[in-house]
Ligand binder design. Structure first.
Ligand code: WTA
Length: 653
């Protein structure tokens, strides 16, 4: 630790933050340690409004299927909208929406409540009921957030699918969830281009591929031409016309599934992570309050897409539950140029800014190549806090973010968490924690994060191991939709003593006990902060049955995207080289984009007559990882069936 810079919180931060100084942090940790359930119960009463107060806190009788606040009833949309209006915030801006072309639309809490009420009535009129699943395949928009809130209002379980996923991915998710409706848009507008959404929905639903699906509701974003299926498709503006804006919230049990969100795991099939209503909303609100220190005058900007969990917790729910003002941004950080983020911070006087290391790294590159998009060209003095999420942030990027974006005065909260955890797990609190670049520091109060070995025994600080959470917490994943066995196997393996297995490796600093995440310990890659399963990409490649005989996918480090996808492919035809190899590599990339989405395109493709296997037929993945990195192979290759192919695999296309 001696060479790293330490950034203690300023006296002002310690005095004014929601959690004041290390003493404030420690008091909360002690409170949770003394009585885990009483701690969470107190906060659930303080932060949420309950229609029926809960009397039971944690039910662990069917562990690991934990239940929190199970006899309480509440409604998420009531908590995010009505109660803010009732508290006198009706005219306060809830969302500042900035479109691709820079046009700004603001909605107040009263207006958002009315939109959500109207849309909720429209869903009801279409027959959507409590417990039905509704897929949302929409661009970043006020309508997208309203769609999520409207589902919550009537107790429908939403499943947002990122707008970059292909028809095939969308179809799989609709079918796995058994969704009755898709909310979508004609097109999305990003970086000056219109990209189809409705056309992809049509393709996903073609030939009766989704038997559960009855209705498609289309928000007109661009006015581009779309296909139409009578009886199934309806325009959002038509179904909401003349409907009342008042919709009585459906008061659901705390355990009622608020949403499913599909994410990648170690096997080929994405899993539908199921979240609850009460416990999830509690952590969304609490982490927004303590980690982001959200205050009434803040302008909060989380740059994530609503298609990812970060956009759920820190756009659709957390800031609204606290009556905050937030930005929703339609476009990309590089349009019209790489100064867009900085220009928007200046324009909207953003105070809290939360983004991913990949974005920071690519904006560093852009700023180094072009002075005019350097953050110093903009007035960023409104900022008071910065955040990072999705992947480890390397110290150099951290320092740049701190100095050039935060002006040396804004703490950076490096928040470690996952789709499955619902909200922050290990993170600095800005008025308490001394920051160390590259470390997500200490567990959030009430989160019993620890590092253990393969048998669940604690490992000493300074020694790496497996990241677990020892006790259940309110916003944890409840199950994998339709596959409780997979839930148990993935997150509560028998050998880990009933601890939650995060799937990441970590190490704690010998002196400070600070956590540093060392990367996934399973077959999950993190590319630009997006989770991708290697098996998922392998399945996509081998489904190209005309060309591909066999494929193996591994990750390699990448300066900008964190990790890059490398595919090793054996074709059903002789191994190509030169231009032919380039052409086939392009075909395969396009194929993967069509199967999963452009984010899953392999960066490198390498062709071999075979894949390196042991004599017992196991693919030698460790060896492939070395090859992918461009390392000279020093491993013992004597067990390799055909050592000659290592040379073939040396060439990437
Ligand atoms: C990684 C995103 C290091 C980690 C919220 C985790 C991080 C996976 C950090 C979850 C961080 C997320 N430092 N690694 N601050 N945040 N990760 O489900 O590997 O898309 O398991 O959730 O991202 O990705 P997911």
């Amino acid at each position: 630790m001696s060479e790293t810079h330490l950034y203690p919180p300023s006296a002002e931060w310690q005095a004014t933050a929601h959690v004041k100084g290390m003493a404030g942090y420690q008091a909360l940790v002690d409170e949770a340690e003394a009585d885990h359930e009483a701690f969470w119960a107190r906060l659930a009463r303080e932060l949420l409004s309950w229609k029926t107060p809960f009397t039971k806190v944690l039910n662990d009788s069917d562990a690991p299927f934990f239940k929190w606040f199970e006899d309480g009833r509440l409604n998420v949309s009531y908590n995010c909208l009505d109660r803010n209006v009732e508290a006198g915030l009706g005219d306060k801006t809830a969302i500042i929406f900035e479109a691709d072309d820079g046009a700004v639309t603001k909605v107040s809490y009263s207006e958002l409540l009315a939109r959500v009420g109207t849309l909720a009535n429209a869903l009801k009129a279409k027959g959507v009921k409590k417990g039905d699943r509704v897929v949302i395949y929409m661009p970043m928009s006020i309508e997208g957030v309203a769609a999520m809130q409207a589902c919550a209002r009537i107790g429908a379980t939403h499943s947002v699918v990122f707008g970059g996923f292909s028809a095939q991915s969308l179809r799989d998710r609709v079918n796995d969830a058994g969704a009755v409706m898709i909310l979508t848009a004609d097109e999305q507008q990003r970086g000056g281009k219109s990209l189809p959404l409705k056309a992809i929905v049509d393709e996903a639903l073609a030939d009766g591929a989704c038997p559960s699906l009855k209705d498609v509701i289309v928000y007109k974003r661009t006015g581009g031409k779309v296909g139409w299926t009578e009886g199934r498709d309806a325009w959002l503006h038509d179904v909401t016309a003349n409907l009342s804006a008042t919709c009585e919230p459906e008061w659901v049990e705390a355990e009622h599934p608020l949403f499913l969100l599909y994410t990648s795991g170690s096997t080929g099939k994405p899993k539908g992570v199921q979240h609850s209503t009460g416990g999830y909303l509690l952590h969304a609100a609490l982490t927004t309050k303590w980690t982001f220190d959200l205050k009434p005058d803040d302008v909060f900007w989380c740059t994530a897409d609503i298609g990812w969990v970060t956009g759920h917790t820190y756009i659709a729910y957390g800031p609204l539950a606290l009556g905050g003002t937030e930005i929703v941004f339609e476009s990309v950080p590089t349009y019209p140029d790489a100064g867009r983020f900085w220009q928007m911070i200046e324009k909207h006087k953003v105070t809290i800014f939360y983004t991913a290391p990949t974005a920071i790294r690519s904006l560093i590159k852009a700023a180094e190549g072009n002075e005019s998009v350097h953050p110093k060209r903009y007035d960023l003095t409104s900022l008071r806090l910065l955040g990072s999420v999705g992947e480890p942030i390397n110290p150099a990027a951290w320092e740049w973010y701190h100095q050039h974006v935060g002006g040396g005065r804004c703490p950076i909260v490096d928040t470690f968490w996952q789709t499955e955890t619902g909200g922050h797990m290990i993170t600095p609190l800005p008025g308490a924690t001394t920051l160390v670049p590259g470390s997500c520091t200490l567990p959030f109060p009430g989160i019993t994060a620890a590092i253990v070995d393969e048998t669940g025994n604690d490992v000493p600080n300074g020694q790496g191991g497996i990241l677990v959470v020892k006790k259940p917490w309110p916003s944890m994943i409840r199950t994998i939709w339709g596959d409780p066995e997979r839930f148990k196997k993935s997150y509560y393996p028998a050998e880990l003593k009933g601890y939650y297995l995060a799937g990441d490796g970590a190490i704690r600093d010998a002196q400070t006990g600070y956590f540093t995440i060392t990367g996934r310990i399973d077959d999950v890659l993190n590319v630009s902060g997006h989770r991708m399963g290697t098996m998922e990409i392998e399945s996509a490649l081998v489904s190209c049955t005309e060309l591909v005989a066999e494929a193996a996918v591994v990750g390699r480090p990448d300066d900008t995207t964190g990790e890059a996808i490398c595919a090793f492919v054996v074709l059903k035809r002789p191994r190509p080289t030169g231009d032919e190899a380039k052409a086939i590599a392009k075909t395969l990339r396009d194929w993967v984009a069509k199967e999963i989405g452009p984010i899953a395109k392999p960066k490198d493709i390498r062709f071999g007559d075979n894949l390196p296997k042991t004599r017992s037929g196991k693919i030698m993945r460790r060896l492939l990882r070395s090859v992918a990195k461009g390392e000279s192979v020093t491993q013992d290759t004597s067990t390799l069936e055909n050592p000659a192919i290592l040379e073939q695999l040396g060439q990437a296309y």
